[in-house]
Write a protein that binds this ligand. Structure first.
Ligand SMILES: C[S@@+](CC[C@H](N)C(=O)[O-])C[C@H]1O[C@@H](n2cnc3c(N)ncnc32)[C@H](O)[C@@H]1O
Length: 266
């Protein structure tokens, strides 16, 4: 990630033969390679650019958007609740601009896979282009298809839907997700959440949770530390559940000792 004197950010996969044309002059990528992350380099017009290793937050912010995207504050919790980590196989829909896809691809690593379903070809292409720019495309299969037709994969570890009417597709989840596996949804209005909850009650789902995540930023001024005047008050509601596990008949003897968590909200 190359940051201009005015804070403009350029994202590149390193190609030593490339010459980056900026508003402040040309920068040779060969020089960027030689000096590495954390260096400051001058363009041929003498303007200083900083070379930084992008964090996942930087990559998500850099996604070119033509749809609503999921914000980092929500993505962080989604990743944890769905248990996404190295080797995970995860299905999501829709791909949209690929903000969530970028994060899923980051966490599944080289051994995992993200299967991202998108019904509109232009958004499938946009998501692919964003992933290629971020160097994460090899971890993602983008499937240009309506999830009304079902998911193709079987026994994936987790599934996430960011579509307007997720209740229409719940029937396809058991074919795709491991029994007991985590499923999540993002919806912008409470009316949609109610519709989804009613549908989840009808299906093979348990451990349903509804929440939203608020981030309150502070002005980082040591002697006048206080919250920012404005905040992003709403992005979407997050809904999580588990696909019901398979029932296995095992007679149990009760020894009176019970272990487990106390189900306090976390
Ligand atoms: C809000 S966007 C997703 C944004 C994405 N999660 C992100 O973080 O960038 C919703 C996407 O779902 C797609 N979509 C809606 N219904 C769909 C369906 N039935 N099958 C596949 N894609 C669908 C839309 O075309 C749209 O691109």
């Amino acid at each position: 990630m190359l940051v201009s004197p005015k804070g403009k950010r350029y994202f590149r996969i390193l190609d030593p033969d490339e010459i980056l044309n900026t508003n402040d002059g040309q920068l040779q990528m060969q020089k960027v390679m030689e000096n590495g992350f954390g260096s400051r380099l001058a363009t041929h017009l003498g303007k200083t650019y900083t070379v930084l290793k992008p964090t996942l937050y930087d990559l998500i912010k850099s996604v070119k958007r033509r749809t609503q995207i999921i914000y980092p504050k929500d993505i962080g919790y989604i990743i944890i609740k769905l248990g996404i980590g190295p080797g995970s196989r995860v299905v999501e829909s829709g791909s949209g601009s690929g903000a969530l896809t970028t994060a899923l691809a980051w966490f599944v690593g080289d051994r995992g896979k993200v299967y991202s379903f998108e019904r509109r070809e232009e958004f499938a292409n946009l998501c692919r282009a964003n992933l290629e720019r971020n160097g994460l495309a090899s971890r993602v299969e983008i499937i240009n298809r309506d999830i009304d037709l079902g998911f193709i994969q079987k026994e994936v570890d987790a599934l996430f839907l960011d579509v307007r009417t997720p209740w229409d597709y719940l029937e396809h989840i058991p074919e795709a997700l491991l029994p007991g596996g985590p499923v999540g949804f993002l919806l912008p209005t409470v009316n949609q959440v109610s519709m989804l909850l009613e549908a989840l009650e009808e299906g093979p789902f348990s451990s349903v949770e509804v929440l939203e995540i608020l981030v309150r930023r502070y002005k980082p001024v040591p002697e006048r530390l206080r919250p920012e005047d404005r905040m992003v008050a709403h992005t979407g509601y997050l809904i999580f559940a588990r696909l019901s596990p398979k029932s296995v008949e095992i007679p149990l003897e009760d020894d009176g000792v019970h272990e487990g968590d106390d189900s306090e909200p976390f």
